[in-house]
Design a binder for this molecule. Structure first.
Ligand code: F6P
Length: 549
């Protein structure tokens, strides 16, 4: 049990010792704190000096990581051990970006030849589309790709293709269709020309309701707007681990790219699920994305715990969640192109570690995965940063910033970065009552006014943040950044002894969704009255009454 480990208890004791200490003090006492609490990997620098940690804290966190066998767990994941026991699978997303020569074995078979073969097929496919050899039914080159998929078959490619927009060139536009919402579908399709649009149906299972429904509608739209049945193979491709289902759906086998059971949905950007990304940025840039992730993998696998970026980020999270009672964690990219990062990390982290039962089936007696949220800076400063600075919640933050911009405009980038740096500074430093009073005195306020106003202007400070920075959000960096968070999530899952690679929690909603849909479609009330609670029944009936108007 995590909480009874001596290393955990040592951290508990240490928490009582340091919880009153302010980071301001630490910075005053140690002018080298920035250098000592900064490290680099795969082109990314992590400054974790603005955290509620002393040297001793970091040592104790590393001790806990060792006590939870983190080095062994990392090795087990890379080697292809069954790290996802509830589904009896390894989790080998790292094999998809493995640039070393060594084999990666699954069930006694090296999966690397199959991985490389698929990458080559993707490369050829993209080359033919981008160089206009594979064209639409009227012989016009493709101008648009619609990626149909949801969850992990959507968020990763969307984030990366948005992040790498400066590398798109002018050839292909990319659109994403995820939600089962006629408005979304209508908006995506209305600007498109069926003659020049390519669809990629992205579903590991090929059984996801939203994706299949969207795919059927897109096919119908294509047929209603000039395409013939015989043109479908030119315009519809699929990525799936369930080739038979994709074939049954009507996708030509030659246009189906495989993925494998040992790749989790939210870890699948690196597989053929990354096809829309490759189509937009080209094969060479896509390879750089893989290369960046691989460099982070090598760092994660080889660096000692004390200098291991994903491990440090994970252990800082454990420190705040399990000792400071933090409920959430904010992801704050100061880069327009990285605006999709919070949504991707949200799925990655919350679907992986949003669990309350351990890998052996016992209920946890400690907190696990946090709520992940966030948004792009500096918009957030005029919205939720108020709560970060003065709210009753304690929210550790990750500030993420490129030192260079893709689009230099006047002093915009300097101002953006100044905003980013001053936010983490303000969170750390805060404003004391005395400082608030002094400010008000300078403004000429009376002592009576000051007594009321000053406490409201106090900013407690001592609120932790990481600053993650790099030269530019290029393909390699984007790959490394996403891999960094994947590994952070993995380490935390191991500390909490949960399976980060399954997601049973989403299944109940899917099952009940089918029953509710059947009730919405049923004729009359007799068959549905006994099946639902009063609230759900009332809501079904409200919907049905509108439907028939
Ligand atoms: O419902 C959650 C989920 O299972 C995710 O884990 C997955 O990425 C997503 O659905 C889509 O699944 P699929 O790729 O099989 O359509």
């Amino acid at each position: 049990m995590l909480t009874s480990l001596p290393e955990y208890q040592a951290l508990s004791q240490h928490y009582s010792d340091v919880q009153q200490t302010s980071m301001r003090q630490w910075f005053e006492q140690n002018p080298n704190r920035f250098t000592e609490y900064t490290l680099q990997a795969a082109g990314i620098t992590l400054d974790y000096s603005k955290n509620r940690v002393a040297c001793e804290t970091m040592q104790k966190l590393a001790d806990l990581a060792r006590a939870r066998f983190i080095p062994e767990a990392i090795e087990a994941m890379f080697k292809g051990d069954l790290v996802n026991p509830s589904e009896g699978r390894p989790a080998l997303h790292t094999a998809l970006r493995n640039f070393s020569d060594g084999p990666v074995m699954v069930d006694g078979k090296d999966v690397m030849p199959e991985v490389r073969k698929t990458l080559t097929r993707m490369k050829e496919f993209c080359w033919r589309i981008r160089n206009q050899h594979w064209r639409g039914f009227s012989n016009k080159p493709f101008t648009d790709v619609v990626s149909i998929g949801i969850g992990g078959s959507f968020l990763g490619p969307k984030l990366a293709s948005q992040a790498l927009k400066p590398y798109w060139g002018k050839k292909i536009n990319c659109h994403y269709l995820a939600n089962i919402d006629g408005s979304n579908l209508t908006e995506v399709l209305q600007g498109l020309n069926p003659e020049t649009t390519l669809f990629i149906v992205q579903s590991k299972s090929f059984g996801t309701q939203e994706t299949l429904k969207n795919a059927i509608e897109c096919r119908q739209w294509f047929l209603d707007n000039g395409g013939q049945e015989s043109d479908l193979p030119r315009h519809f491709t699929a990525v799936t681990a369930n080739v038979e289902k994709a074939k049954a759906f009507g996708i030509n086998e030659k246009n189906i790219f495989p993925m494998w059971d040992w790749v989790g949905g939210r870890y699948s950007l690196w597989s053929a699920i990354g096809l829309p990304l490759m189509l937009t940025i080209g094969h060479e840039n896509f390879k750089q994305v893989l290369q960046g992730a691989h460099e982070m993998d090598v760092h994660f696998r080889t660096a000692p715990l004390e200098q291991n970026m994903p491990v440090i980020m994970a252990m800082l999270g454990v420190w705040y969640i399990n000792f400071f009672n933090a409920q959430s964690h904010a992801i704050l990219p100061y880069d327009h192109y990285l605006r999709g990062l919070p949504a991707h990390i949200q799925q990655l982290d919350m679907e992986s570690n949003g669990k309350s039962v351990d890998i052996h089936g016992s209920k946890l007696n400690y907190q696990a995965g946090p709520i992940i949220w966030g948004g792009v800076g500096s918009n957030g400063q005029h919205a939720y940063h108020q709560l970060l600075h003065q709210g009753t919640q304690f929210v550790p933050c990750d500030f993420i910033m490129p030192l260079q911009t893709h689009n230099p405009v006047d002093s915009f980038h300097e101002l953006l970065i100044s905003n980013c740096l001053s936010q983490s500074q303000a969170l750390m430093q805060g404003k004391t009552l005395e400082e608030a009073k002094e400010e008000l005195r300078k403004e000429g306020k009376s002592e009576r006014e000051i007594a009321v106003l000053a406490p409201q202007k106090v900013i407690p400070g001592n609120r932790p943040s990481n600053t993650i920075f790099f030269d530019k959000a290029n393909p390699k960096i984007v790959g490394a950044l996403i891999a960094l968070y994947e590994h952070k999530v993995f380490v935390q899952g191991k500390i909490w002894d949960i399976n980060s690679f399954d997601q049973w929690g989403v299944e109940l909603g899917k099952q009940l969704g089918n029953q509710v849909h059947a009730a919405i479609q049923a004729e009359g009330d007799t068959n549905i009255d006994n099946h639902f609670d009063a609230s759900t029944l009332g809501l079904i009936k409200a919907f049905r009454s509108m439907k028939h108007k």
